[in-house]
Design a protein around this ligand. Structure first.
Ligand code: 1CP
Length: 321
């Protein structure tokens, strides 16, 4: 599940009560502990390393803060073409080595259990949104404006972030990640041709770089309806889609060469275990199940009842059986 290690789990909140979010990310033993909680508690088939997409921006020279209220904030933003010039390419082996150490610890602790560890990173456009605006936004208007105002510099920004993301993912693979997921959480804000022409070329490069190390890449895009053909053209091994279209229809649009991951609306986990099992059957109905990964259509909410998250995992695994 997306964001499977986190606030809806009481065990996570107990660990978090003693440390701030960034300390948790930067302490490999603690990051590994919370990464493994959903494996033990829910029986998920893969562990998703505990980290955040924004750590790459910090390594590029934009310090981040995670205040207890109000969501993450950057201490500096990219507000002019000059600021793009000043950004560094991240050096993950030096600056983000804690992520690799946490992955290696998880791999070691999961040995013999048949549970792979997944790495992840934000996609270049989604990270550019945070780099330009410095915090979350409903529609990232200022970020999108930047790309129209400074088309060439906008592309340079995507390329610099893309290079940093590729290096970060390569480091995670070397540390033992069996696959990686790239999160394009804000891609749905863009029109079809803008995404295809301005963003997809950089995504393709990132994906190919990681694949050359021999691991599959999962490409998640929230708001995927208008971008399915772009996603299919990205070269990713698995397309992870939101809940807005049935998987059957997604399959028709992207063909049979690529695997699909998804796509229950995470809000549906606020029903009952029986209703969740019914929704999982509906989600898979009429599909050839080869190359299908059962998942949510976006991150699990922090108020989700744990027994319902468990019911979701059980329903997917029951369907597979
Ligand atoms: O206090 C806390 O515990 C902070 C809450 C929190 C958590 C648990 C944040 C702040 N990040 C995380 C962990 C996290 N972030 C994971 C954990 C690993 C797992 O999957 O189990 C992952 C995969 C992420 C990825 C992430 N961070 C994304 C992409 C996925 C998505 O939901 O679209 C995004 C957009 C972020 C930014 C971010 N970090 C934290 C928050 C609250 C946000 C969202 C801000 C916003 O709404 O724009």
């Amino acid at each position: 599940m997306m964001r499977q290690a986190g606030r809806y789990l009481p065990q996570y909140r107990r660990v978090r009560a003693g440390v701030d979010f960034l300390t948790l990310c930067r302490t490999p033993s603690l990051a590994a502990e919370v990464t493994l909680q959903p494996v033990d508690e829910l029986g998920v088939d893969a562990a998703v390393i505990f980290s955040d997409i924004l750590v790459v921006l910090e390594a590029m020279g934009l310090p981040i803060e995670f205040p207890e209220q109000g969501g993450p904030k950057l201490a500096r933003t990219v507000s002019s073409p000059g600021a793009v010039e000043e950004l560094h390419i991240a050096e993950p082996e030096k600056q983000l080595s804690y992520v690799g150490e946490a992955i290696s610890l998880c791999v070691e602790q999961l040995r013999g259990r048949g549970v792979p560890v997944l790495g992840f990173a934000g996609a270049p456009f989604t990270l550019a949104c945070y780099a330009i605006e410095g915090k979350t936004s409903r529609d990232f208007t200022a970020a999108r404006q930047f790309f129209y105002q400074y088309p060439e510099v906008g592309t340079q920004l995507l390329e610099k972030i893309g290079e940093s993301v590729a290096l970060h993912l390569e480091m995670q693979v070397r540390a033992g990640a069996a696959a990686v997921q790239v999160f394009e959480s804000w891609g749905g804000l863009l029109g079809q041709s803008f995404y295809r022409e301005r963003v997809l070329p950089v995504m393709r490069q990132v994906i190919a770089r990681v694949q050359s190390l021999g691991v599959p890449v999962i490409f998640y895009l929230n708001g995927s309806v208008q971008h399915l053909e772009s996603m299919a053209g990205s070269g990713a091994d698995v397309l992870s889609v939101d809940w807005r279209l049935p998987l059957r229809e997604v399959r028709e649009r992207v063909g049979t060469e690529v695997s699909l991951q998804g796509n229950l609306d995470p809000v549906a986990l606020h029903s009952t275990p029986d209703a969740i099992a019914q929704q999982v059957r509906e989600m898979f109905s009429g599909l050839d199940m080869r190359g299908i990964v059962g998942n949510l259509g976006h991150g699990i909410g922090s108020e989700t009842p744990v027994e319902n998250a468990r019911a979701f995992v059980k329903a997917v695994q029951g369907y597979r059986a």
